[in-house]
Design a binder for this molecule. Structure first.
Ligand SMILES: *[C@@H]1O[C@H](CO)[C@@H](O)[C@H](O)[C@H]1NC(C)=O
Length: 263
């Protein structure tokens, strides 16, 4: 393949070296798209999702498509991953972060439309409520990731944020199963995919902050943070990017300086 400079030099030579080169390079600035749940979304009142604070720490535009209450399954079924697929262009970056609403079993008559089929591969379930076929977390996340990679975009599968790990009074950092599932998804999609352990980055930050400061970031329940908490959770994400935690992600070249240090 001809490089851009080769093309430009050929163009200049042909035109007598006075013409202004036409910009045929790829866009200089990728867009970052966010797919996730309430912990990432623009919520309101006393609460906020961390995606709203990511623009403070990166040099590229961020489009926050996270939506409260969604799981990998419902985000898929509502066409939200597909909406992002239509928008992404080569070199854009999509961050996918689910898990908070993915638990439970779809088999029961009260299936909430969010629980994924248990497992990490091609397992299928049948919704006890609607009869629809339900797939695994990995099926939904990897299908979305592959659709973006096929368009030349890059994907960061990020593990879900922890709940308040100081809730019981002592620090309890046990990750949910979806943290491991996210790591597997980042690996399974191959080139163009990556994994960021947001859970462990935020857990390390909460450990450092201690009980009282962490509790203060959770004004109404153990899942959703205040705006101040969301800002810190975004900072933990960015610091994790800068430290390749766990692995190099495509956002690394687009961090504002200085990178926050919260864990
Ligand atoms: C990511 O790296 C951290 C630090 O080494 C480690 O504690 C954590 O278990 C890793 N995450 C996964 C999902 O392997």
């Amino acid at each position: 393949m001809l490089s851009l400079s080769t093309l430009l030099m050929a163009g200049l030579a042909a035109s007598g070296a006075t013409a202004t080169p036409v910009e045929v390079a790829r866009r200089a600035t990728p867009t970052v798209y966010l797919a996730g749940d309430s912990t990432m979304a623009k919520t309101g009142g006393k609460l906020m999702g961390w995606g709203e604070y990511l623009p403070k720490y990166v040099t590229v535009p961020v489009v926050n498509k996270a939506m409260s209450g969604r799981s990998a399954r419902s985000y898929t079924n509502e066409g939200r991953f597909t909406e992002i697929e239509k928008l992404v262009q080569r070199d854009d970056i999509v961050i996918i972060e689910f898990g908070h609403n993915d638990g439970g079993s779809p088999n029961s008559a009260s299936d909430n439309g969010r629980s994924d089929c248990p497992g990490t591969a091609n397992e299928v379930c049948k919704s006890g409520k609607t009869g629809e076929t339900v797939y695994t977390f990995n099926h939904y996340v990897e299908a979305a990731a592959r659709s973006y990679i096929a368009k030349g975009a890059k994907v960061i599968v990020s593990s879900q944020t922890p709940n308040n790990l100081w809730e019981t009074g002592t620090f309890q950092p046990a990750p949910s199963r979806f943290v491991g599932y996210a790591a597997l998804a980042g690996k399974n999609v191959g080139s163009g995919g990556s994994f960021l352990d947001h859970f462990q980055a935020v857990a390390a930050m909460f450990k450092k902050l201690g009980k009282d400061k962490t509790n203060a970031l959770y004004p109404s329940d153990h899942t959703h943070t205040s705006p101040a908490g969301a800002d810190l959770v975004a900072q933990a994400f960015v610091q994790a990017v800068s430290r390749d935690y766990n692995g190099t992600t495509p956002l690394k070249g687009f961090l504002k300086s200085p990178v926050p240090s919260v864990f």
